[in-house]
Design a protein around this ligand. Sequence first.
Ligand code: AMP
Ligand code: MG
Length: 338
Amino acid sequence: MRPKKSKPHARARIYRATPNNLRRLAAVLRRGGLVAVPTETVYGLAAHALDADACARIFVAKGRPTSDPLIVHVGGWRELKAIAETNAAARTLARAFWPGPLTMILPRKSVVPDIVSAGLPSVAVRMPRHALFRRLQRLAGIPLAAPSANPFGYVSPTTAQHVRDGLGDMIGHILDGGPTAIGVESTIVDIRDPQRPRLLRPGAITRAALEKALGRRVSEGARHATPATQAQLAPGMLSRHYSPRTPVELHAAIDRRRAAFTDTTEAWLFFARPTGLAGKNIFALTPTGRATVAARRLFGTLRALDAQQFTRIHVELAPGSGLADAINDRLRRAASKR
Ligand code: AMP
Ligand code: MG
């Protein structure tokens, strides 16, 4: 019989952002430990990006396959230049959107450990805007690799408590920055070839905004299109993501005449609050229909519904484009079958 895996930490501690706590957490990061941190998008599980052993701990804690590369968070352009080859288009995007929820794929420099980029010749880099994240990073003085701070494949965390719910037995330290402002992960753009930028993941920085800043078209590119990562992954593995345990069924628009709202074992999550319809199984992402509010509430709402005893969660897609594309991308993955 195999010995049971011992749990490295009894229960993660949630730290308030006092100067002492920040110094202490920065020291944890510098010596190769893991700290869950707030960013403006979702909470991340951070480690010293140039320390391969530290980064390996991220994969263990999350149960994340090592074929899924990490995003490296930097404090500024100089730090970026130490880890990636830059170009004029990347500089333009950094000027326009950093600090902020934009991740750029660039050619990787050799100081970046293989495990960070899953062996790819490229690296994903971002400079977050969140004030606490930046304070912690400045104190630590190192680039921080950080994927979302949740067990691999589950709904991303937007509060410190979400992090503890998912990883509380796997990590020791969580910095509390309150609920995250944006609520969906960063936009990812592949900008290695300045002539042919590709959008790999929609986020709060929209394709239209990228195109405006660059003055050229940004194409839609498949994530993980590289053979190196594809080969290691079971088909569809990454198409299922951000997923509650309860099955999710998508609706372009919930048809109020045909939907069986009276079956209270199934939940109905409208985009905007449906007028004249109420019930214990009726929910809405936003009272008013604003996409920014819907994005902020998306993951928390999915978690809350998942915690109830519903047998199915019906979800209405967000209307429109821009941030709605980011919301719908996450919803499609949440609904995708394993
Ligand atoms: P997250 O788990 O939310 O931090 O997202 C990380 C995602 O960034 C990965 O799942 C990839 O989709 C993407 N990514 C990271 N590094 C690269 C890279 N070098 N090339 C392409 N995509 C990347
Ligand atoms: Mg993630």
